[in-house]
Every structure is written in structure tokens, then in C-alpha cells.
Design a protein around this ligand. Structure first.
Ligand SMILES: Cc1cc2nc3c(=O)[nH]c(=O)nc-3n(C[C@H](O)[C@H](O)[C@H](O)COP(=O)(O)O)c2cc1C
Length: 332
């Protein structure tokens, strides 16, 4: 599967998630099998480009190609300028956010709210495609609400404007994250377009990925929430798609090593104390499916420094591997 000059192999994409898909997490997911990892959304408003947050979101140093950067905004010219700016700062693919339902974004008439104004959608995609030489992708939902499922219309507008690939989350904006993603609209869009179409929503296992690809005919799937605390899901899906067999889950030792590497990358990227705080969020996700969850969280949440966070995490997993987690938790 290709986006412009880039081959995306395997056809598995880390979905953009603000507060989650920072550079350390994108790099980790790519190492563990994602064919592409989309950045957190970056604002198109130039007044905020020099904030610490934006500078980090626009930092792609050392990131493996292709680097896909998502932009969010409402003004065609501003989005076009933001696209150019991000390309100058390392973006190799520009992704336009018309899928995020967040109030902060939608109140400003950005994200999925844009889908209510098809004329504006056309002006935005045309302006951004014209502004840059790199491929431009678009991420949308199925519509605004159950009575306004206009994703097929938006999809056609996008293709006509030169969008290189389209990602569709199978929910309307007013569903937020409730209910289940529906894939029939994605299948209809895929059947009507010639550009690559990516299916998104509720892909949380290798079997589900295979089913969604089959049902929609999509060229790739985006995985969002299921990758939180489980970045190896990409290699699990890739293996299943290639062989029809499921990989065994990673061993405790491997999870420990992945996690420690992730913590170190977060500490280096954000510095102290922010790196330690952000790492806690990821530790919670890594722990969420473990029965020892509460003990683990209690231990690592106490860590105030990066060294302590690494040591407590390593000790915890070593104890878990040795089969004495509760003794460790009591002693820690
Ligand atoms: C914490 C969080 C942050 C998100 N941020 C963005 C974002 O910045 N841009 C965007 O287009 N979608 C964003 N999304 C939506 C995801 O990209 C994805 O469409 C959605 O989570 C459905 O996929 P999933 O069921 O695999 O999680 C976000 C979702 C979550 C849970």
C-alpha cells in the first residue's frame, strides 16, 4: 500500500492521539511493527508554534520515514501555511484532522466539526494540497450525527482535491467514542474511491484487524486506543495477517525491556519532571490488563525522579518474573 512515494508495509497505522502519539511512542510503535505512525495534532495557529508543546509536537529528529504530521484548524490559508511550516520541519506526509470530536477542537469549528460545512472542507483540502509537495492525507468520521452521515460526499471532495489517502473512523462525531464503530460506510467509501482508504475504530486484536480489512476492503487499518500500553499489537496483527496464526503474548521480561526503553525515551524527550509525569500515564496503560495492576501502579506512582521510576519498574517486573509480585508490593 502506498501513500504518494511511500510504501506502508505492513498496512498498519498508529492513529493520531493527542497526549499519546508523541515521538517516543511513535518510534516504539514503528519498531514494533507499525507501518506508519501519525503525530499528535499540531495547531495551525502560528501564535502557538513556539510553545514548548508545539515545539515538541513538531520535533521529528531521528524519526524513521515517512514522518506523518497531523494539522488541525479551520482556516484554509492558515492550514496551508501550517502544512508548509511542518514540511519545512520534517513532515513527509501532512494529515488533516477532520476526525477529532474533542470539545476544545470542535468548539473552534475544527476537527470533525468541519464536516458540517462541505464547502469549507473543499477549500481546506484544496489549499493544503496546493501548498505542499508532499502527500496530504485526510482523517474523517462517518459524519456529524446519525442524520448527517456525509462521509461519502466528503470522501469524493477529498479525492477530487488530490488527497493521497483517506482515513475513516466508523463513528459519527456525536457518538464520540460510544457504541461500536460501523464499517459499512467505510466499505461504501472504499468502493467509490480510487485512492487508498484506511479503516479506523475499535481494532483491538489481530482477528479484528483481519475482519475489518475484509469487511471494508480498506487498504490499511488505523489502531488507536488498543495500542496504548500495548505497542506490540502491531507486530501481532502483522504476523496474523501474514500467517493466519497468532503470536504468543510477549514475556514479562520483554514487556519490562520495552517499558524501560519507553520510559528512558520519555525522560530524554521531555526532561524532568514532565517526563516522569507523562511516563506514569503510559505505565498505567501497560498495567491495565494485568491482575497485579493496583500493586504496580501504587509502586511506580511513588517515583518522583526518572531514576527512581526506572528502578521501581525494573524491580517490579523482576519480582513478577520471579513469581513474587505480592511480596515485592508489600515490601516496596
Ligand atoms: C486520547 C485520544 C486522543 C486522540 N487525539 C486525536 C487527534 O489528535 N487527532 C485525530 O484525528 N484523532 C484523535 N483521536 C482519535 C483516534 O485517532 C481514533 O480515530 C479513535 O481513537 C478511534 O480509533 P480506536 O478505536 O482504534 O481508538 C484521539 C483518540 C484518543 C483516544
Amino acid at each position: 500500500m502506498r501513500i504518494g512515494p511511500y510504501t506502508i508495509d505492513p498496512p498498519l497505522i498508529l492513529a493520531p492521539m493527542a497526549g499519546v502519539t508523541d515521538k517516543p511512542f511513535r518510534q516504539l510503535c514503528k519498531q514494533l511493527g507499525a507501518g506508519l505512525a501519525v503525530s499528535e495534532m499540531t495547531t495551525s495557529d502560528p501564535r502557538f508554534w513556539k510553545t514548548d508543546k508545539s515545539l515538541r509536537r513538531m520535533d521529528h529528529d531521528g524519526e524513521p520515514a515517512p514522518v506523518s504530521v497531523q494539522i488541525a484548524g479551520t482556516e484554509p490559508q492558515q492550514l496551508a501555511d501550517a502544512a508548509r511550516y511542518n514540511v519545512d520541519h520534517g513532515a513527509q506526509i501532512i494529515d488533516i484532522n477532520m476526525g477529532c470530536p474533542a470539545k476544545k477542537v470542535c468548539n473552534a469549528w475544527a476537527g470533525s466539526a468541519l464536516m458540517r460545512d462541505e464547502g469549507l472542507v473543499a477549500r481546506i483540502v484544496e489549499a493544503v494540497v496546493k501548498a505542499v509537495d508532499v502527500p496530504v492525507t485526510l482523517k474523517i468520521r462517518t459524519g456529524w450525527d446519525a442524520d448527517h452521515r456525509n462521509a461519502p460526499v466528503i470522501a469524493r471532495i477529498a479525492q477530487d482535491a488530490g488527497i493521497a489517502a483517506l482515513a475513516v473512523h466508523g463513528r459519527t462525531r456525536d457518538q464520540q467514542y460510544t457504541g461500536f464503530a460501523e464499517y459499512d460506510t467505510i466499505a461504501a467509501i472504499k468502493a467509490a474511491l480510487t485512492i487508498p482508504v484506511f479503516a479506523n475504530g475499535d481494532v483491538d486484536s489481530p482477528r479484528k484487524a483481519a475482519q475489518v480489512l475484509r469487511q471494508t476492503g480498506a487498504d490499511a487499518v488505523l489502531v488507536g486506543r488498543a495500542a496504548q500500553g500495548r505497542p506490540w499489537i502491531f507486530r501481532e496483527i502483522a504476523h496474523y495477517l501474514a500467517t493466519g496464526e497468532e503470536l504468543p503474548p510477549p514475556s514479562i521480561g520483554e514487556v519490562r525491556d520495552i517499558l524501560l526503553g519507553h520510559l528512558q525515551a520519555l525522560h530524554a524527550f521531555y526532561g524532568a519532571p514532565q517526563g516522569v509525569r507523562i511516563a506514569r500515564k503510559h505505565l498505567g496503560w501497560y498495567a491495565k490488563d494485568r491482575p497485579e495492576n493496583a500493586a504496580f501502579r501504587a509502586v511506580v506512582n511513588r517515583a518522583a525522579t526518572s531514576d527512581e521510576q526506572l528502578r521501581l519498574t525494573a524491580d517490579y517486573f523482576d519480582a513478577l518474573e520471579a513469581g513474587v509480585p505480592s511480596g515485592f508490593a508489600a515490601a516496596a
